[in-house]
Design a protein around this ligand. Structure first.
Ligand code: NDP
Length: 388
C-alpha cells in the first residue's frame, strides 16, 4: 500500500467555504483541438467546490483510503522541519500544485528513496528538479491542458487592465474619488496595438485567439511554427526568435515553460530591446523575468506596466519588490486555479493515480518524465541541461 503526500495551499482565512457564488460549472468534454478532459472512473467531489486548499484535499481521500493507501495533506512545505520534508522520507507519491509548489529539489530526492511518482496538479513541473527525477527513476506527470484556457483568460484580463489603467481607476472609486484625469492619463485602447506571445502552445495560442476580436496585430515566436492555416486564419506574424519579436510589440505575453532556455530570458538587455512604454504580462513562471530588471524598467518608463501571477519563490516574501513597484497588476499565483480549473486538475490527478495503481499507462500527454527520460508532453516542451 502506498503513502501519498499532497501539498496544497492553506484554506481561506475565514474558513473553508460552506457555500459558493455559483451553483454549478459549465460541462466541458473536450479541450480545443479535441483532447478529452480528465476521465477518472469516478470522482468524490462536487465540481465547483474549493479542492485546491488543504481541506479540499483534491477530493482524493475517500478514493485513496478505500484502496488501503495513506494520504497526508499539508500546506507546510518549506524548510527541513516542514511537515512535507518529514513525510517525504517514506512517501511513494507526491502531489503538488504550482500555485503553492512543494519544491522537489535534488536534496529532497535524495531523502525520498521510495518516491516513484510526482504529480503536478495543474501544469508546469519546473518546481521538480527534472534531471534529478530522471536520475532517481521517478515518473513526473501533470494534468496537461487542465488550466491552459483559465490562464489565457487571465492574460487577456491583465493586458486590458494594464493598457486601460483599470486597477488605479478602481482604486480611485474605493478611495471615494471621481478623478477622471488621474485615471485616464495612463489609459489607452488596445485596438491597433501589436501583441506578441513568447510561445504559442496551448495558452499562447488561446491568448492570440481571444485577442483577435480586439483588432490587435498578432505576433508569436516559438520553437515550432504553427500550421499555415492557423497562421492565416488568425493573421499571425511569426518571428524566429524573441529578440526579433519584442521590438515591434506594444504588449508582450510570456507563455513558455521555465527551463534552461527560458530562465532569466527577460533581463535588462531583452527588456531594453522592447518598445519604450511596452507592457509585459508573465503568467508563465517568475524566473523567466529578471526580478530587478523588471523593477528598473518600470521605474525608468521603459515598461509602462507589468502584470502576472508568477513569482519566485512562492509564496513571495512580504518584501518582494514586485509587490510595491510602480504600474504593476500582480496577483498571487491564481490564474490556473479557478474553481473551474480545480475540478479539471483534481479529476486529472485522480485519473493519473487510478492508472498508476491499476498498472495502466498514464496518458502520454500527461507525462513529463518517465522511464528515466523526458517523455510525452515533457519531451516536446521541456529541455534539461546536458550532463558532463
Ligand atoms: P504547452 O506545452 O502547450 O506550451 C508551451 C509552449 O512553449 C510550446 O509551444 C513550446 O514549444 C514553447 N516553448 C518551449 N520553450 C520555448 C522557448 N525557449 N522559446 C519559445 N517557445 C518555447 O503549455 P501551456 O501553454 O499549457 O503552458 C505553458 C506554461 O505556462 C507552463 O509550462 C507553465 O509554466 C505556465 N502555466 C502557468 C499557469 C498559471 O497558473 N499561471 C498554469 C498553467 C501553465 P514547442 O512545443 O513548439 O517546442
Amino acid at each position: 500500500m502506498a503513502k501519498i503526500v499532497c501539498v496544497l495551499y492553506p484554506d481561506p482565512v475565514d474558513g473553508y467555504p460552506t457555500s459558493y457564488a455559483r451553483a454549478d460549472l459549465p460541462k466541458l468534454e473536450h479541450y480545443p483541438g479535441g483532447q478529452t478532459v480528465p476521465t477518472p472512473k469516478a470522482i468524490d467531489f462536487r465540481p465547483g467546490d474549493l479542492l485546491g486548499s488543504v481541506s479540499g484535499e483534491l477530493g482524493l481521500r475517500k478514493y485513496l483510503e478505500s484502496q488501503g493507501h495513506t494520504l497526508v495533506v499539508t500546506s507546510d512545505k518549506d524548510g527541513e522541519s516542514s511537515v512535507f520534508e518529514r513525510e517525504l522520507v517514506d512517501a511513494d507519491v507526491v502531489i503538488s500544485q504550482p500555485f503553492w509548489p512543494a519544491y522537489l529539489t535534488r536534496e529532497r530526492f535524495a531523502k525520498a528513496p521510495k518516491l516513484k511518482l510526482a504529480i503536478t496538479a495543474g501544469i508546469g513541473s519546473d518546481h521538480v528538479d527534472l534531471p534529478a527525477a530522471i536520475e532517481h527513476g521517478v515518473t513526473v506527470a501533470e494534468v496537461t491542458y487542465s488550466n491552459s484556457i483559465s490562464v489565457s483568460e487571465h492574460v487577456v484580463m491583465m493586458i486590458l487592465a494594464l493598457v486601460r489603467n483599470y486597477i488605479p481607476s478602481y482604486q480611485w472609486v474605493v478611495k471615494g474619488g471621481w478623478n477622471i484625469a488621474d485615471c485616464v492619463a495612463r489609459s489607452y485602447d488596445v485596438e491597433g496595438m501589436s501583441v506578441g506571445t513568447v510561445a504559442a502552445g496551448r495558452i499562447g495560442l488561446a491568448v492570440l485567439k481571444r485577442l483577435k476580436p480586439f483588432d490587435m496585430k498578432l505576433h508569436y515566436t516559438d520553437r515550432h511554427r504553427l500550421p499555415e492555416n492557423v497562421e492565416q486564419d488568425l493573421g499571425l506574424t511569426f518571428h524566429p526568435d524573441v529578440e526579433s519579436m519584442v521590438p515591434v510589440c506594444d504588449v508582450v505575453t510570456i507563455n513558455a515553460p521555465l527551463h534552461p532556455e527560458t530562465l532569466n530570458l527577460f533581463d535588462d538587455a531583452l527588456i531594453g530591446k522592447m518598445k519604450r512604454g511596452a507592457y509585459l504580462v508573465n503568467t508563465a513562471r517568475g524566473l523567466i523575468c529578471d526580478r530587478d530588471a523588471v523593477v528598473r524598467a518600470l521605474e525608468s518608463g521603459q515598461l509602462a506596466g507589468y502584470a502576472g501571477d508568477v513569482w519566485y519563490p512562492q509564496p513571495a516574501p512580504k518584501d518582494h519588490p514586485w509587490r510595491t513597484m510602480p504600474h504593476h497588476g500582480m496577483t498571487p499565483h491564481i490564474s490556473g486555479s479557478s474553481l473551474s480549473a480545480q475540478a479539471r486538475y483534481a479529476g486529472g490527478t485522480r485519473e493519473i493515480l487510478e492508472s498508476w495503481f491499476d498498472g495502466r499507462p498514464i496518458r502520454d500527454e500527461y507525462l513529463i518524465v518517465d522511464g528515466g527520460k523526458l517523455a510525452g508532453a515533457g519531451a516536446h516542451s521541456y529541455s534539461v541541461p546536458k550532463r558532463g
